[in-house]
Design a protein around this ligand. Sequence first.
Ligand SMILES: *Cc1c(COP(=O)(O)O)cnc(C)c1O
Length: 471
Amino acid sequence: MNYLSTRGHPDRKRFCEILLEGLAPDGGLYLPETYPQVDTATLARWRALPYAELAFEILSLYIDDIPPVDLKAICAKTYTAEVFGTEEIVPLRELEDGVYLEALSNGPTLAFKDMAMQLLGNLFEYELARRGAELNILGATSGDTGSAAEYAMRGKKGVRVFMTSPDGRMSPFQQAQMFSLQDENIHNIAITGVFDDCQDIVKAVSNDLGFKRKYRIGTVNSINWARLLAQVVYYFAGYFQATAGNDKPVSFTVPSGNFGNVCAGHVARMMGLPIQTLVVATNENDVLDEFFRTGIYRVRGAVDTHETSSPSMDISKASNFERFVFDLVGRDATKLRQLFVEDLGLNGSFDLSADPAFKQAAERFGFKSGRSTHADRLATIRDTEKRFATLVDPHTADGLKAAREQLVPGVPMVVLETALPIKFAATLVEALGQEPERPKKFEGIEALPKRVVKLPADAEAVKAYIAENCD
Ligand SMILES: *Cc1c(COP(=O)(O)O)cnc(C)c1O
């Protein structure tokens, strides 16, 4: 399997090259040249597999430069009941008739990002050892990515993590999870700004090819193809649990920010998994909902980015969206560059409303969308507690609300549970007047000593810090 850049660079790469790379040299995102197709016989065979073996089967279709025995061992080591809490790894439960919750948040940091990041940690360690190389991971997080990356990479040989986050904008629990890590290879950098400033810094540093090469900079942001690929697996696992051996379609609702999670659903659907609808759920930061309603993609600036009670979705431009639009415009790299380099660069927006391609988003690719507000979130959390004695976190609540608006009788709707409520305790207290239960291993973490430096929203300052801390 070879990988290409959405912006038309002529080079083709293999999996382990892009594993350590991030953005393509032309600023594009990597995608496989084709999507491997999965037929009904294969689906039937995969249905009975334990999660780690299912992951191996799917990953094998995209990774041909790791020997199968090694890849199988990496999957087996990653997806264990010890790390993810259950044998199913992503257990599905029916909430009400036709509406399911797929639990993706029982890993080490209690958010779905562990599903991909734990695999990435093991892949990185394997590949770096094989090359005798080192990697400095530079990331941006509004909370969940950072902790998932740090817990996946802590103590791993050959890897350092430099994680930027918007100063003071994460929940106290999220801050404590990250800043309390004392591992020498983990560096927390609090940036005076919002999440998009952090994301811009990562892009600026990655675009400085000299610096990137000298300091062996890599990324773990959701633009990393390996992360997206790891997420494809739980769409299959969710599908198998929601169906009973027939080929009936299932829909998914995905609380979305950077469009990484739902893009994995798009990939699963392109492979032939019978997904009817992919519902993109957003909060007040509704760039994606606006696009799927109108065909206009209009990124917001820092001042127009709302600070909401589902903060992991507080995103004003969605870094993975370019992957989907590439497929939407028929993989025409010239057209893609017109939209993402010229139109976005000049006007901060592009408009596909009059383009025949836009209709395809719903008709051919199955996308729908929804939007929630803080009041919706509180109402959904209360309603779910009252009727089903189940606590959901604010992001999952955004998903549930959008899912209910798109229900079709006879088509199971799987809502991806993207975090556990304890990560966002303040909103749960506001909705219900009570603290969600806290797993034992996280008791008292807010009081632990913190390891963090504060820097301005300036790529040069971050580069200097990295240079200083790489010997
Ligand atoms: C990261 C995150 C999201 C958004 O996922 P994307 O892949 O960026 O669309 C939603 N909910 C939670 C809890 C998250 O951590």
